[in-house]
Design a protein around this ligand. Structure first.
Ligand code: RB5
Length: 149
């Protein structure tokens, strides 16, 4: 079976250039970016974009999701309402690595008004280059899944 290398990217209006920079960055590293927009700068509500990306991850169509709004917070809250999604907001590389290693996060949220592009790309790399460690962390992730009903 071929590994799923598809990563869905979505944002609100605050993050279009950063989202496109991330798409190019991950494509250069062998991932397949699935950029679901938006592409025009009109104000658009972050919940719908967080949900749309989350559904592609929850369905298995995409392996990971990277979502962006001004702070990363609102779009993360929306994504985490979708069953099967574990999404964290990260503004530095340590947390981005740890949400993969310990929390088996399948989505990363970024704040376009928080991070410059250089740090945002480093955070993306830290997330994508880390792997879930399992063991005692798997027990804890199962506890989170059990809350989903
Ligand atoms: C939009 O102005 C802003 O509220 C949004 O990008 C985000 O920061 C919400 O959490």
């Amino acid at each position: 079976m071929t590994a799923n290398t598809r990563i869905v990217l979505s944002s609100d209006h605050s993050a279009i250039p950063l989202r496109q920079a991330i798409a190019a960055h991950i494509a250069a590293r062998g991932w397949v970016p699935v950029d679901i927009g938006p592409t025009t700068p009109e104000s658009t509500p972050y919940p719908q974009h967080g949900e749309a990306a989350a559904r592609l991850v929850a369905s298995g169509d995409c392996r990971f999701g990277i979502i962006i709004c001004g702070t990363g917070q609102g779009i993360m809250m929306a994504a985490n309402k979708v069953k099967g999604i574990r999404c964290g907001v990260c503004a530095e590389t340590f947390s981005a690595r740890m949400i993969r290693q310990h929390n088996d996060a399948n989505m990363l949220s970024l704040g376009a008004r928080v991070l410059g592009e250089g740090l945002a790309l480093d955070v993306v790399d830290a997330f994508l280059n880390a792997s879930f460690e399992g063991g005692r962390h798997a027990t804890r992730v199962e506890m989170i899944k059990a809350m989903e009903g």
